[in-house]
Design a binder for this molecule. Sequence first.
Ligand code: SF4
Length: 350
Amino acid sequence: METSCTSSNQKFPPFVIPIFIVHQGCPHQCLFCNQRSITGASEGMVTAQAVQETIRTQLAWPRRNPSAPVQVAFYGGSFTGLDLERQRELLGAVQPFLASGQVREIRLSTRPDYVTPEIALFLREHGVGIVELGAQSLDDRVLSASGRGHTAAQVKAAVACLKEEGIQVGLQLMLGLPGDSPATALASGRRAAELCPDMVRLYPCLVVSGSPLAELHHQGQYQPLTLNRAVALAGRLWLIFKAHNIPVVRMGLQPSDSLEKTVLAGPYHPAFGELVLSRLFFNQVRAKLSSRLFHLPHRLTLAKADESIYRGRGNANVKRLVALGLLEGVETVFSASQARQTVQLAAVAF
Ligand code: SF4
């Protein structure tokens, strides 16, 4: 039976103040990782003073939505792999802002095997409200082939420890890792959904220069997913998480100049998430249009806000629907009152 998870969606998306702690605390070398390329940041020790300056500067900026809760996010590396004093120093730098109410909570990313009940308690006591776990897969063979150095059971245990302390959990999953296949990726997605994380991020595996994967790719021992396959697979995973009421908050890496310079191969696209959502929307509209009585004229109503995602890049979705003959006798209306991601099709009088 499918689990339906309780969504912990906040009313307003948070205002996130990012702080990058590049490769600090991580003795691992996952095959796909060249952390500097992925975060777009350079090596350097982030001091408590620098953390506070960043927070002050960003709090002073005008915000589109002043009611949005403020989060300080430590990204990159594996936060709980830092020695305890260093964790205290960084988390301590945020405490005055938590105490004054200017910052609602701290979020950070780490590895599943760096979370224990004691660590989860320590994080909760220091105002950490969200932990993003770099799970990448819940298939032990894929994890091993990717050099992750942890198991699926450790992901499960880490999620349980964090939830026990009332900390929200984000799971990051990667598609197209060494040893992965659509079947293992989907099975992994289903296992991840059963853990009821509060959010998920999906990243296609890219070959970035300086990573061990670049060498394997160069030797012909690793082939990344094509963009088309990665989009299709991410769409299927998105549907799995949607069925469990789990928000997928990001698909594809944040585009940056440094990332673009270092991607050697793989399904990189600066608007990867949009491609996935657009593909899903196309499938939804196609199914609806295919089910109609073709001898009657129809009106297709979509949300105004969904127009660009419906059309797809370069109007590709509409061109495909036309080529399939599905838009014949159909008037398309974009309505401000239609709920997003819903499709309404009705026969209209002659
Ligand atoms: S992906 Fe994370 S755990 Fe793996 S090498 Fe990079 S920083 Fe370390």
